[in-house]
Design a protein around this ligand. Structure first.
Ligand code: R5P
Length: 296
């Protein structure tokens, strides 16, 4: 099948990198916003297999637009439409934690499964639903790990005495996957979330950091509260420098500045969402997974 990569303007740079890595034609999706807030979406003529690239950070308007684009792609000749969403929002609410709450992961996963033949994403924040296939039932689900990409990016930055630190047990899988090829020591903390931005973190045997460079590793930087809490403790314990590397950085410019002001430098993330920290290209890892699954 002839493939075409269609992309939304916000993701143009990384989408074009992916198109080049796959060796396929790329076309922008045109979006017009009416004064009343509705969107009109227009796609270019598609090959039989369409890849639609849209990272779903700040997802509310984008979700409507990707559903419209999927429909337009089928109308324009695509027999298979695969969503490439390097960041997949709404994965954290996988359970009704209080009576009356929507289980967002199930709702959004259901919408994607109904509109697309496949989903490719990077390190989705899965917790109680461990398999991406169960989030988007009945379609091809490809979960790309950013760990090897992050490890390669850190190889020139770290020294043999660098300590990789995960703020909580959820981060352990990324810390271990990044540390293995770099042969670095690790330290995993435990975290209690007190609110959207407030956390309480315990870092066991923190005295090990004295005089050593440290890199905080996590799948997601959102408000930056987790990293700032860690950095405060690491600074007091005498860390020589504090950097951070994550799969996704969703932090606003103000939150990014607050992390920097709290001594976290540099902050590196893969380019799953556009932003100041998103300096590590992810296109090669995406292309490899897409080709491996016969979706290119
Ligand atoms: C949570 O379990 C994630 O792995 C991140 O640690 C969390 O989302 C970071 O959020 P924030 O930057 O707002 O502290």
């Amino acid at each position: 099948m002839t493939s075409t990569l269609h992309y939304f303007a916000a993701n143009e740079a990384e989408a074009l990198r992916l198109g080049a890595a796959l060796g396929i034609a790329c076309a922008g999706v045109a979006v017009h916003r009416f004064p009343d807030g509705e969107s009109l979406v227009r796609v270019a003529h598609s090959g039989a297999a369409a890849l639609l690239y849209c990272s779903l950070n700040a997802p509310n308007a984008k979700l409507v637009e990707v559903l419209l684009a999927a429909s337009a792609l089928r109308d324009s000749g695509a027999r298979r439409v695969v969503l490439v969403a390097p960041y997949l929002g709404y994965m954290r609410q996988d359970h009704a934690f209080a009576q009356g709450e929507a289980v967002s992961q199930r709702v959004i996963g259901g919408l994607i499964a109904a509109a697309f033949d496949g989903l490719v994403t990077v390190d989705p924040h899965l917790h109680r639903t461990p398999r991406l296939e169960d989030v988007v039932p009945g379609i091809v689900a490809v979960n790309v790990s950013a760990a090897a990409t992050i490890a390669r990016a850190l190889a020139d930055y770290v020294s043999p005495d660098t300590l990789l630190i995960g703020p909580d047990d959820e981060s352990r899988q990324w810390v271990e996957a990044v540390s293995a090829p770099l042969h670095l020591e690790t330290l995993i903390g435990s975290k209690v979330r007190l609110g959207d931005r407030a956390v309480q973190i315990e870092l066991p045997r923190i005295e090990r950091v004295a005089g050593r460079p440290v890199v905080l590793i996590d799948d997601l930087i959102s408000s930056g509260g987790t990293l700032i809490d860690c950095a405060a403790q690491l600074g007091k314990a005498g860390a020589a420098s504090i950097a951070a590397a994550a799969t996704h950085c969703l932090a606003s410019e103000a939150d990014f500045a607050a992390m920097t002001a709290n001594g976290i430098r540099p902050i590196m993330a893969t380019a799953t969402v556009p932003g100041t920290a998103s300096t590590i290209p992810i296109a090669d890892a995406l292309a490899h997974a897409i080709l491996h699954h016969g979706l290119g």
